[in-house]
Structure formats: structure tokens, C-alpha cells
Design a protein around this ligand. Sequence first.
Ligand SMILES: CC(C)(COP(=O)(O)OP(=O)(O)OC[C@H]1O[C@@H](n2cnc3c(N)ncnc32)[C@H](O)[C@@H]1OP(=O)(O)O)[C@@H](O)C(=O)NCCC(=O)NCCS
Length: 130
Amino acid sequence: VAIRYTDSVEGIDAGMLGGFFEAWKRPRTPEEHLAILKHSTRVVLASDDDTGQVVGFVNALSDGMQSAFVPLLEVLPEYRGLGIGTELMRRMLTRLTGVSAIDLTCDPSLQPFYARLGMAPSVGMILRKY
Ligand SMILES: CC(C)(COP(=O)(O)OP(=O)(O)OC[C@H]1O[C@@H](n2cnc3c(N)ncnc32)[C@H](O)[C@@H]1OP(=O)(O)O)[C@@H](O)C(=O)NCCC(=O)NCCS
């Protein structure tokens, strides 16, 4: 599979987004997904070169200096296990090079995935409104 990586939402429309938010009770619509990407400080997108469809993405919210939060990382199920998630995160961490603290939350099973990228386990608090 030929994958193209971009760090801009320019040229992306809702029709190129679909299938994400797997297992969410109320999955965000492609239109909402596009709005999330547009309002993010940084995004990295992975697209299938053959179809133009976005098959993976990661976003970050940041003050550009002290803190960045990485709320969402997802690769479509049929594209997993190919290194796309790792590459998306690697590129995002590069984009956030000047930021001191980069935080995200994840299940314990995913800690090794992020540890391979140089991240360390932590504890946190969250509030969810569904
Ligand atoms: C996590 C995710 C982005 C990884 O994307 P990917 O393109 O498959 O990742 P890579 O191919 O670069 O790396 C795969 C490795 O990630 C690890 N991994 C992926 N998902 C995992 C999970 N749910 N639990 C434990 N390890 C996992 C494995 O070590 C896997 O290694 P393997 O291919 O040797 O089995 C993808 O599985 C996904 O979208 N999951 C659903 C959404 C999600 O959980 N996002 C993370 C939010 S914190």
C-alpha cells in the first residue's frame, strides 16, 4: 500500500474521511471530524495514494511552547499493523519538537507502543461528557 503523509487539512473534504471513531458510542461524523482537524494546532494525516481516502490521523492541541496534548490517533482497521500509526506519531513528535511537555492518555496495553517512541508512563485524571 502506498501511503502519503501530510501535515495540513488543505484539500481534505468530509468525503475523504470515514470509518473512524471505531467502537465509539456516538462516532463523530466525517463533517465533525473535519472540524476537529481544522481546529487542531497540528495534524498529521495518512492517505491511501490509490484512493485518496484518509486512512489514519493524529492531532495535537498546543500552546506551542510548554504543553501539547495529543487527543486522537487512529488508523482504519484494514490498514493497521503496517507501521502507519508509528509513523503518524513519529511525525507528530517531530512537529512538536520545541514543546516541553507532550501528553496523551491511553490504555495500559498501548503503553509499549508509545514507549517505543520515547514516551514514558504517567497517571492522570479525565472527565468525559457523552
Ligand atoms: C493504536 C493504532 C493507532 C496503531 O496503529 P497501527 O498503524 O496499527 O500501528 P503500527 O503498525 O505502527 O504498530 C502496530 C503495533 O502497535 C501495537 N498495538 C497496536 N494496537 C494495540 C493495542 N490495541 N494494544 C496493544 N498494542 C497495540 C502493537 O505492538 C503493534 O505491533 P505489531 O504490529 O507487531 O502487532 C491502531 O491500532 C488504532 O487505530 N487503534 C484504535 C484507536 C486507538 O486505540 N488509538 C490510540 C488511542 S490512545
